[in-house]
Design a protein around this ligand. Sequence first.
Ligand SMILES: *Cc1c(COP(=O)(O)O)cnc(C)c1O
Length: 357
Amino acid sequence: MPRSTVAIIHPDAIRYNFLKAKELAGAATVMAVVKADGYGHGIEAATDALAAETTRFAVACLEEARAIRQAGHRHTIALLQGTHESVDLAECQESGFEPVLHNRLQLSWLAPGQCPKFWLKVNTGMNRLGFRPDELPGVMTELGLAGFASQMVGFVTHFACADDADSDRTEQQTALFEEAVAAWPDLLRSVGNSAAHFRRGQPLFDLSRPGIMLYGGSPMIGKTGADLGLKPAMTLQAPLITTRVLQAGDAVGYGAGWVASRETRMGMVAIGYADGYPRHAGTDTPAAVLGRRIRLIGRVSMDMLAVDLSNAPEAREGDMVELWGSTVCVDEVAACAGTIGYELLTGVTARVPRVRG
Ligand SMILES: *Cc1c(COP(=O)(O)O)cnc(C)c1O
């Protein structure tokens, strides 16, 4: 029998969260971001769940777009990083992938036979990728002269601080974007990661691009997905493989990282950092068993971790412990580990089977 450690993927939750994004997006069309293997849920599971709801998917790179075709979906797919090589543009043209071109090198690869429909990335202050607003008129003129302008779908920009309710940078980026592309009103405009959907009054223009919220993770600083009314799309669970009673003074795990101050019933759970559970999650990080919240004690090891069963004294070997899911939000675990839900969801390793539930 294989180990019963598993990530249960909930397609209904992905659909529910997508409809929530759609509601928040108002008049904008929602393009579902399924990069990084559907944020760790499996790109097939994510795209199957949304195939009937959305007309467009977005991924980071060509391999991910191929995987969506492999899963049998004919949707338009945006490649958020453009392509990495000239020849890839021919595949984009053939396969209906729309690269977001972000620099002059990528533009120089456009040629007859390798001119897919494409987007241009505008740098409004994130300063990762894209053309500055003052470069756009020149770029657009060149595209027109080269005969590629008719293949252009629209403009994309990306917000740096939409997750921070106290920052006004999103408003500044929005204004800069609107002004930068105003001369081409027939082209589409795409802004808006998940966080932008939760900012009141934020325009999302023609196409928004939510990712993390589709999986029930929070895009907002200081809030969990549950706080935002999202449903968790992944339940990460693993079995209790032993239980014992510690006496006051007994230590647990590597480095004797936690010492019992009184008699304590504890259990070992068959999951560790080699499964993608964060090693930085220390004592008091929440988990759940039998529907009750419990806590981690001591250091997470490669293949297992220890929990304090004081709150679930009847828990026995074989009972499943939820590491994150509907009782413990992934964002709570992330906060305890000094990271974000995105990293935990995308970091569940291949040793953990994904099953649809
Ligand atoms: C990843 C990504 C998104 C989705 O971001 P979330 O914060 O997960 O909603 C949107 N746009 C671009 C360009 C991205 O790279």
